[in-house]
Write a new protein. Structure first.
Length: 180
């Protein structure tokens, strides 16, 4: 667990030097974090064998497939707010169950969110929007999206560990790479 936390901390802070030299350091950094989150979530969905997609450690929690679907749905929720669009609300968690369908839906959700992160500048990041009934800067909405996704990556890590699968951030040689 300490290795995971240390890796995530390095992964989140390492790109800072590259990002803060840019014209839009805050929105650029948030986009770098999103890119890393996207990578580890997709990799997690790909690593889990199809036969374990319905696995859940207890009846009180979502199955692996439901977590993946929930993350995909959340991408649409948060990014539609940042984009100022109506949430397409595809209800992936309730309608997709196969590994192939969920990976495709997750990729589609990330493609939708890419538009929000790509369009964000530090100036537009300060525009206020409604998030859960409160006023929030657009950058805050995308930050919450990243936090929510990392929270559920933690769920997926636990599920993979229980199935003796090494999570992406614990793979030998895993090192986040800052992207310009």
């Amino acid at each position: 667990m300490r290795t995971l936390l240390r890796t995530l901390l390095i992964w989140l802070l390492a790109p800072a030097a590259v990002v803060f030299s840019q014209d839009n350091p805050f929105s650029a950094y948030n986009k770098v974090v999103y890119g890393g989150v996207k990578t580890i979530l997709l990799r997690s969905a790909e690593k889990m064998p199809e036969e374990n997609y319905n696995f859940k450690p207890t009846d009180a929690v979502r199955s692996f497939s439901q977590v993946v679907g929930h993350v995909a749905d959340a991408q649409y929720l948060f990014c539609s707010i940042a984009l100022g669009e109506k949430n397409p609300a595809p209800k992936i968690e309730q309608t997709k169950t196969s590994k192939a369908d969920l990976i495709a839906a997750l990729k589609d959700a990330f493609a939708y969110c890419d538009k929000a992160y790509d369009a964000m500048t530090d100036a537009s990041a300060t525009q206020m929007v409604k998030l859960f009934g409160g006023d929030t800067p657009k950058l805050g909405v995308l930050t919450v999206n990243n936090m929510h996704a990392v929270e559920h990556y933690g769920n997926l890590v636990t599920y993979m560990r229980l199935k003796n699968i090494v999570p992406p951030t614990s793979e030998p040689g895993f090192q986040p790479q800052p992207k310009k």
